[in-house]
Design a protein around this ligand. Structure first.
Ligand SMILES: NC(=O)c1ccc[n+]([C@@H]2O[C@H](COP(=O)([O-])OP(=O)(O)OC[C@H]3O[C@@H](n4cnc5c(N)ncnc54)[C@H](O)[C@@H]3O)[C@@H](O)[C@H]2O)c1
Length: 316
């Protein structure tokens, strides 16, 4: 398939959520003639994220969704599957694994006969605790049940792709995404969002002792671009989408201070989490070669762009 063709028929699951709404609006802009259908049950998303959206919306729970009843013999060029329980502190094992995995299984079952391209969100959480840049081939080490559900999705995608080599299924391991349209997530929203909001109301930014834990913070515009590039992937695979850089929370506070014109010292607090990723970093070698992915927003640029967007939203 060639992404220069604009008459596409796309599905985006989780399109009322953070990454999904940014992807939906970017697809609409990139392919103005495309038909887009969002499927989302609003369990964490919000319709306000889709301001300006001109497509269709199906409000259903994907874990029990009957694709054939809804769409009959309708065909699609690609299904972007981003819907998921995204609160990693939700430890309800049955709910996390049932809803995340069965939603995906239903999509694969619908897409298999027509070999419809499936692009789905996996996660850097599948790597568990790391000390250096993670490569896709290293074994999974999920530290919570959210990450476990993503590992199972990767496993069934890998098996399905192996059984039908000309059916393209692309998994994307997003790292720590930040950017516009994430406020609805509340506590699970990015640290870029939370720290900036604390600093905007003149509070010292609260981070875990002693701020030297590192994250691959990736701007949502970069992961959206990488996700759209998956339309042109020539084969199935699972790829990291990050910034490629590990930056500490202390550095993030510095970047925010510069951007906001403030001079706050971090307020260091105890870390209550027994299982905590002290380090995340994406190795981008495979994403570069298979998707032509190249992140454009180092932390300084992404934070600046994001803070401008947040300011533009005030009063709107
Ligand atoms: N944001 C990140 O940093 C990050 C990192 C790694 C992976 N991811 C993955 O990216 C995807 C998007 O995450 P996000 O940050 O936009 O989260 P989000 O919570 O904003 O979006 C998820 C959306 O899926 C919907 N949803 C959840 N379960 C559903 C179901 N069973 N049926 C229908 N709709 C359902 C929610 O209502 C929500 O709109 C998820 O798959 C997530 O696991 C995100």
């Amino acid at each position: 398939m060639s992404s220069t063709d604009s008459r596409f028929n796309f599905i985006v699951t989780g399109g009322a959520g953070f990454v999904g709404s940014n992807l939906t609006l970017a697809l609409q802009e990139r392919f103005p003639d495309a038909h887009i259908t969002v499927i989302d049950d609003f369990r964490s998303g919000n319709f306000k994220n889709l301001s300006g959206y001109r497509g269709d919306f199906v409000a259903q729970d994907l874990a029990t969704f009957d694709w054939h009843k809804q769409f009959g013999d309708g065909t699609f060029d690609a299904i972007f599957h981003l819907a998921s329980i995204t609160d990693t502190t939700n430890h309800d094992q049955l709910e996390q694994v049932h809803d995340n995995v069965e939603s995906f299984r239903r999509i694969l079952d619908f897409a298999r006969p027509t070999k419809t391209r499936v692009v789905y969100a996996s996660s850097a959480a599948t790597y568990g605790s790391a000390t250096e840049a993670s490569v896709e081939s290293i074994g999974a080490a999920p530290a919570n049940v959210y990450a476990f559900s993503k590992v199972i999705m990767d496993n069934i995608a890998t098996r399905a792709a192996a059984e039908l080599p000309d059916w393209i299924i692309v998994g994307l391991r997003y790292f720590n995404v930040y950017g516009p349209r994430e406020a609805h997530k509340g506590v699970p929203a990015s640290m870029v969002y939370h720290l900036s909001r604390q600093m905007k109301v003149a509070q010292r930014p609260r981070i875990f002792k002693h701020g030297e834990q590192k994250r691959d913070f990736v701007y949502v515009k970069d992961v959206v671009e990488g996700s759209i590039r998956a339309l042109d992937a020539q084969g199935s695979g699972i790829y990291n989408l990050g910034s490629g850089q590990a930056r500490s929370f202390n550095e993030l506070v510095d970047v925010l201070n510069k951007c906001l014109g403030t001079n706050f010292q971090p307020d260091y607090i105890d870390n209550p989490h027994a299982h905590y990723q002290n380090f995340t970093q994406a190795d981008l070698t495979n994403a570069r070669s298979a998707l032509g992915y190249e992140p454009r927003f180092p932390l300084e640029e992404g934070v600046r762009d994001y803070m401008q967007w947040l300011e533009s939203q005030l009063g709107s």
